[in-house]
Design a protein around this ligand. Structure first.
Ligand code: NAD
Length: 479
């Protein structure tokens, strides 16, 4: 008995399999064994989901924000009650440690809860008129049914942001969660259903990603698109959305610079960044990934970081003793081999790790590369795995130029004891989010999102709610 979630789709308030009888398989990345069969949607199922979302929107937009908030809070509380079993499902399908999964489920519940409460404060405004008999108001309305697509690396938090934002604003949603890690989203939708969410408001489908996005996005029922995933897929979906003039939120990849100044407590910064780097085995869009370390502290920082990385216990995420679990799929294993081989060929020093672990499950050693040249692929492409490339710097201008030199701009980090340097570097970095002296940049109440090719739009905070709403101007005078 694995304790894995029972997988079904949820359309118009009914748990179901696909009408074409198609299924995929979900694998446990720690053992490579099959966990469950996942039903796939056919066209008839997608049509039902679209009709349900249209109907669900009419019901939900007329449900008072206070009532919406109650249902969302109840769903969040159910997720909290079920935390242990949802976390187990998450680790079984994604591979991260059980501690990380517990934290992710707790955060996902907080996101649903926060949006349900913030949705009660979507105030409009009154604009003073130019003549006394005119009354001018701006009202905020939900934009309409949403099509959302989420990836495998955060199977709880990424759907929670989209479902929470849409429902908090009064929208309905069709979500296609990852086929590789579907169980966590199934459990979240189950909590919403059990909390009394009306039929059609939240619909969950699975299938062949391209077929589903190409069917749902052009539908006239869909008014807003939200995607988290890779830059190439994001560009494709943004084009599909643009053809229907539909607003889109795009949370795409990153390659976060980590700037270490010469005035830091090296031991402390190494501990913080090792914990951040190897969280979810580095498969995190805001993972600290390009380390720029001041020459004066480089040797000490890199050796401390490498020793801590080598000491991390790696293994099955269900074992409480492990601090890093498996990678989520085989694609990341080959990507790590290629990034490391290329960097070493170009002159980088392998300081820790560099190898696969064992021959069952997708386990990789926490890896550190020193003095990585600028032209190594890993300094230019998002690694999305447990590899930390390090470079030394001496002048701020040269370091900032490198930090800002890629098409990415999602997250950036800096470590310094100087308030002046902290302010200057936060201003200089081209990034949607900047963490100074810590890495905690993703919270329900704070805006999350990037600039440049890392995407556009925000999730989280009032900005995240805003992205599911329109402003309508109403002006009235005497008849
Ligand atoms: P991929 O580009 O094949 O897929 C990325 C995600 O998009 C997956 O969840 C996939 O199911 C979905 N997807 C793919 N084609 C789609 C389509 N036409 N319509 C709708 N959804 C579609 O890559 P991958 O091998 O799964 O991951 C590799 C890269 O993706 C990583 O290196 C990383 O850069 C990026 N990624 C980013 C995030 C993030 O949080 N921003 C999450 C996962 C992956």
């Amino acid at each position: 008995m694995s304790g894995y979630e029972t997988l079904q789709m949820y359309i118009d308030g009914v748990w179901c399999d696909g009408s074409d009888g198609e299924y995929g398989e979900v694998i446990n990345p720690a053992t490579e064994e099959a966990l469950a069969r996942l039903p796939h949607a056919g066209t008839a199922d997608l049509d039902r989901a679209l009709q349900a979302a249209a109907k669900g929107f009419e019901v939900w937009r007329r449900t008072s924000p206070a009532e919406r908030g109650k249902i969302m809070r109840k769903a969040a509380d159910l997720m909290r009650e079920r935390l242990e079993s949802i976390a187990r499902t998450l680790t079984l399908e994604e591979g991260k440690t059980i501690g990380e999964s517990r934290a992710e489920v707790a955060t996902s519940a907080d996101i649903i809860d926060w949006y349900g409460q913030e949705g009660q404060r979507t105030y409009g405004r009154v604009i003073p008129p130019r003549s006394g008999d005119v009354r001018q108001i701006v009202v905020r309305e939900p934009i309409g049914p949403v099509a959302a697509f989420t990836p495998w690396n955060f199977p709880g938090v990424t759907p929670a942001r989209k479902i929470g934002g849409a429902l908090g604003a009064g929208c309905s949603i069709i979500i296609k969660a990852s086929e590789e890690t579907p169980g966590t989203c199934v459990a979240m939708v189950r909590a919403l259903a059990d909390a009394g969410l009306p039929a059609g408001v939240c619909n969950l489908v699975f299938g062949v990603p391209a077929k589903i996005s190409e069917y749902l996005i052009p539908s006239p029922i869909i008014r807003k698109v939200s995607f988290t995933g890779s830059i190439p897929v994001g560009k494709h979906l943004a084009q599909l959305a643009a053809q229907g003039m539909k607003p889109a939120t795009m949370e795409l990849g990153g390659h976060s610079p980590v700037i270490v100044f010469d005035d830091v407590d090296v031991e402390k910064v190494a501990q913080i960044t090792v914990a951040g780097k190897y969280r979810n085995a580095g498969q995190v869009c805001i993972s600290p990934t390009r380390f720029f370390v001041h020459d004066a502290v480089y040797d000490k920082f890199v050796s401390t970081f490498s020793e801590l990385a080598k000491a991390l216990p790696v293994g099955n995420g269900l074992d409480e003793a492990n601090r890093m679990g498996s990678l989520a799929n085989d694609r990341r294993m080959s990507a790590m081999d290629e990034f490391i081989g290329d960097a070493v060929d170009k002159g980088a020093k392998l300081l820790a790790g560099g190898e696969r672990i064992g021959n069952q499950g997708f386990f990789y050693q926490p890896t550190v590369l020193g003095d990585v040249p600028d032209d190594a692929r890993i300094m230019n492409e998002e690694p999305f795995g447990p590899v930390a490339p390090m470079q030394r710097w001496t002048t701020v201008d040269e370091m900032v130029k490198k930090a800002n030199g890629l098409p990415y701009g999602l997250a950036a980090y800096a470590f310094t004891k100087s308030n002046q340097r902290a302010a200057e570097i936060a201003d200089a970095l081209e990034s949607g989010m900047v963490g100074v002296n810590h890495l905690a940049i993703s919270l329900p109440e704070t805006p999350f999102g990037g600039v440049k090719e890392s995407g556009y739009g925000k999730e989280g905070g009032v900005e995240g709610l805003d992205s599911y709403m329109i402003s309508k101007f109403v002006t009235t005078t005497n008849a």
